[in-house]
Design a protein around this ligand. Structure first.
Ligand code: ADP
Length: 641
C-alpha cells in the first residue's frame, strides 16, 4: 500500500479552486503545461551548451502532445530536465513556486470583487500563470512520470485531486517528463470532450503557445488516395493515415518583423509572460543592427506591482542568445531608474557559455544596456508629448522612481531624467514639466519658484506664496517629500535656479517697497527687538516683510535647510535633530501689529504673549506644529481670562 500524502494547505486551496472552477477559459490548462515543458527543456538545453555529457544539441529538444480520444487521455511529453523524487514532492505538492505563488499573491492584493465565500474572483484565473494545477480544471486524474537528468530512476506522481497524491517508482527510458491527464466526462455545462479533438488542441497551441521555441508536435489525421482504386466512374478510395506535425511557428514575438505583429500580440505576450492581467501602457520593439545586433521587446507596465516599491522586487530583463534563454533576470540590462521596465533581449552576439560574472563585464552587454536606456527615455518623452493622459497614468505609478533616479549617486543621472518629471503648479489643474514651466516664465522672472506642503490646497494657503503669485509668477507645488531634494539636486533648469517661496531672501521687493519697509521699521521702533526677546532663541531673526498680504506673520527658512527637509530628516533620522533656521516675518500693515505696538507700552506682559502666539501661529501655518501644545494652550487661555 502506497502512502497517500496530503497537499500542503495553501496548495490545497488553490487546487480546490481549480477543480471547482467555473472559469470559462479552462482551455488555458494546455498553455500552462506546455510552458512548464518548455521551461524544463530550456534548462536542459542550456546545460547542454556547457556540459557535453548531456549529449544533445539544440535541434534534439522537443515537446509532444499525444491524444487518446477513446480513453480520454491527453499526454504532454518533453525531453527537458525532468524532476527527481524530491522535486516532484516539492514542486507539485506545495505551492512554494513562482507562478502559483504570484497568482495567489495577486489575488490577495487585488481589489477585485471576491467570491461569495470571500475567496478568489474566479474570472481572473486564466489571466495569470496558474501553473500545473490548472490541469485539474479539465482532468479527473493527473499522473506525472519524470526522470531527472543525471538519474537512472524515474518516479511517478499521481493525484485525483484534493485528497492527496502518491509518489512511486516508475520506468522511463530517457530523461524528461510525461504529464498524463485523464479528461473529465462531459457535463451539462461543459463539453470536455472538445479538448480531446485534434483541431481543438492544434488551435490552442497556435493561440497560446505559438512562440514556444521548441517544436510542439502532434500526430495529425491525413487522407490520401489509395492507388489503383479509382475506376472510370468512381474517384479513388481514400485512406486515413497519421503524420507528426509541428503545431507552433516557434518564432518568438520579438523575432518577428514589426509590421507583422499587432499591439494585441505584444500585449498578450506581456500578460502571459509576466503574469500581469493589466495591459502595459506601452510596448517597445527594438531591432538593432550595428556594433552589437540584438532584438528587444520592452514593456512599460500600467501598474506598479504590489511589491514594486519593496526590496522584494527584482529588476531585470530576460536575456536570450539566439533564442536560448541564458538568464531570467539580467539586472545589468536595465538602469535603476527604469527598473519598472520588463521585457526580453535576444542577441546572437552574446556568447552562450558565459558565466554570470563574465557577462557583467561583457562589452556587448554594456552597449545593449546603454542603447536600451536611451530608447526607453525617448519613448517616454514621446509618450509625454503625444499621449499625455497615458503618460500621467505612468507617472502616477512610477514618477517616484524617476525622482529617486535624480537623487541617486549625487545626481549622476539628473540631466537625462529631468525632462521626464511632472509637478503640479499654481498654473492650474494640469501637471507640468519643467520645460513647460520654463516656457511660461515671465521675462523678469529670475527663479523657478516652488512651495512645499502636504497638498496643493495647503500650499495655496501659505502666506508667503501670496506675493509670488501676485507678481504673476507660477509656483511649482512640491507635495512629495523627495521633491525638494530633487530641486536641490537639479539646482537649476535651463539656467534658472530653483527657489523656495519659504526662503527669506526672495528679493521680490521693488526699490520703492524697500524704501517703505525701512520707513516702517523706523516707525515701529523697538517692536521688532521686543518680539525677538519674547520668542527667544527659537527664531534667528525677526523682520518686517513685504511678502505678506492678508496674514500678519509667516515663518521662513534662513539657511539651506528648508522646513520640509527638516520634517523629512527628523522622520527618517530623529536622533540627528535637524533644524532649519527660522526667520519670523511680520506684516507692518496688519492691524495686529498696531495693536501690539499699543500694548507694548501699556501692558508689556500681554504684548509678550501676543508675540509668542504670533510665532506659534506662524509655525502652524508653516506646517511645523507647535512643540509644546499644552504650554501653547495655556498661553491662549491666559489671554482669554
Ligand atoms: P511554475 O511553473 O510557475 O513554477 P507550476 O505549478 O506550473 O509553477 O510548476 C511548478 C514547478 O514544477 C515548476 O517550477 C518546475 O520546477 C516543475 N515542473 C513542472 N512541470 C515540469 C516539467 N514538465 N518538467 C520539469 N519540471 C516541471
Amino acid at each position: 500500500m502506497v502512502e497517500k500524502k496530503a497537499f500542503q494547505a495553501e496548495s490545497k486551496r488553490l487546487l480546490d479552486l481549480m477543480i471547482n472552477s467555473i472559469y470559462t477559459h479552462k482551455e488555458i490548462f494546455l498553455r500552462e503545461i506546455l510552458s512548464n515543458a518548455s521551461d524544463a527543456v530550456d534548462k536542459l538545453c542550456y546545460k547542454s551548451l556547457t556540459d557535453e555529457s548531456v549529449g544533445m544539441s539544440r535541434d534534439d529538444f522537443l515537446i509532444r502532445i499525444n491524444r487518446d480520444e477513446e480513453n480520454r487521455v491527453i499526454t504532454v511529453t518533453d525531453n527537458g530536465i525532468g524532476m527527481t523524487r524530491e522535486e516532484l514532492e516539492k514542486n507539485l505538492g506545495t505551492i512554494a513556486k513562482s507562478g502559483s505563488l504570484d497568482f495567489k499573491q495577486n489575488l490577495e492584493s487585488s481589489n477585485l470583487p471576491k467570491g461569495e465565500d470571500g475567496t478568489a474572483p474566479i474570472d481572473i484565473i486564466g489571466q495569470f500563470g496558474v501553473g500545473f494545477y490548472s490541469a485539474f480544471m479539465v482532468s479527473d486524474k493527473v499522473t506525472v512520470v519524470s526522470r531527472a537528468w543525471g538519474e537512472d530512476q524515474a518516479w511517478k506522481w499521481e493525484s485525483s485531486g484534493a485528497d492527496g497524491y502518491t509518489i512511486t517508482e516508475a520506468q522511463r527510458e530517457t530523461v524528461g517528463t510525461d504529464v498524463i491527464m485523464e479528461i473529465k466526462a462531459d457535463t451539462e455545462d461543459e463539453d470536455y470532450s472538445r479538448f480531446l479533438r485534434e483541431y481543438t488542441l492544434a488551435g490552442l497551441v497556435k493561440k497560446y503557445s505559438d512562440y514556444i521555441r521548441y517544436p510542439i508536435q502532434m500526430e495529425r489525421e491525413k487522407h490520401r488516395a489509395i492507388e489503383g482504386t479509382e475506376t472510370e466512374d468512381r474517384p479513388a478510395e481514400t485512406e486515413t493515415y497519421y503524420e507528426l506535425e509541428t503545431l507552433n511557428s516557434m518564432v518568438p514575438v520579438w523575432q518577428r518583423s514589426k509590421s507583422e505583429v499587432t499591439q494585441e500580440d505584444y500585449y498578450a505576450f506581456y500578460r502571459d509572460k509576466f503574469f500581469d492581467f493589466t495591459d502595459p501602457i506601452k510596448a517597445i520593439h527594438v531591432d538593432a543592427e550595428g556594433v552589437v545586433s540584438y532584438k528587444a521587446l520592452l514593456f512599460i507596465p500600467a501598474k506598479a506591482s504590489y511589491d514594486y516599491y519593496t526590496k522584494d522586487y527584482k529588476k531585470g530583463l530576460q536575456l536570450y542568445s539566439s533564442g536560448v534563454l541564458i538568464m531570467d533576470k539580467c539586472e545589468d540590462l536595465i538602469p535603476e531608474h527604469f527598473r519598472f521596465v520588463r521585457g526580453v533581449v535576444d542577441s546572437p552576439d552574446l556568447s552562450l557559455n558565459i558565466s554570470r560574472e563574465m557577462l557583467q563585464h561583457s562589452r556587448q552587454l554594456k552597449v545593449i544596456a546603454g542603447n536600451i536606456e536611451k530608447k526607453i527615455r525617448n519613448e517616454l518623452l514621446k509618450l509625454q508629448k503625444d499621449d499625455r493622459e497615458h503618460y500621467e497614468e505612468f507617472f502616477a505609478q512610477f514618477g517616484l522612481q524617476l525622482k529617486y533616479g535624480v537623487l541617486q549617486d549625487f545626481g549622476r543621472e539628473k540631466d537625462s531624467l529631468k525632462d521626464l518629471l511632472l509637478f503640479s503648479s499654481s498654473a492650474g489643474e494640469a501637471l507640468t514639466t519643467l520645460a513647460e514651466y520654463r516656457a511660461r516664465m515671465k521675462e523678469d522672472q529670475k527663479d523657478i519658484y516652488y512651495a512645499t506642503g502636504e497638498t496643493a490646497a495647503l500650499i495655496e494657503a501659505l502666506p508667503q506664496a501670496e506675493l509670488v503669485r501676485e507678481k504673476g509668477y507660477e509656483i511649482l507645488y512640491f507635495t512629495h517629500e523627495v521633491d525638494e531634494f530633487v530641486a536641490q539636486t537639479l539646482m537649476e533648469y535651463d539656467e534658472k535656479p530653483f527657489k523656495s517661496v519659504n526662503r527669506d531672501d526672495l528679493d521680490l521687493e521693488t526699490e520703492e517697497e524697500k524704501e517703505q519697509l525701512k520707513k516702517q521699521e523706523e516707525e515701529l521702533g523697538d517692536l521688532l527687538t521686543f518680539v525677538k526677546e519674547a520668542v527667544g532663541d527659537s527664531v534667528k531673526e525677526v523682520k518686517l516683510s513685504h511678502k505678506l498680504r492678508s496674514q500678519p506673520v509667516c515663518l521662513t527658512a534662513g539657511g539651506s535647510l528648508s522646513f520640509e527637509m527638516e520634517k523629512y530628516l527628523n522622520a527618517v533620522q530623529p536622533e540627528a535633530g535637524a533644524k532649519a533656521e527660522r526667520i519670523l516675518e511680520l506684516n507692518a500693515d496688519h492691524p495686529v501689529l498696531a495693536k501690539m505696538k499699543e500694548l507694548q507700552a501699556d501692558q508689556p506682559e500681554t504684548a509678550k504673549r501676543y508675540a509668542q502666539i504670533l510665532y506659534h501661529q506662524a509655525e502652524l501655518m508653516a506646517g511645523l506644529g507647535v512643540e509644546n501644545p499644552a504650554a501653547y494652550s495655556e498661553l491662549v487661555f491666559s489671554l482669554m481670562e
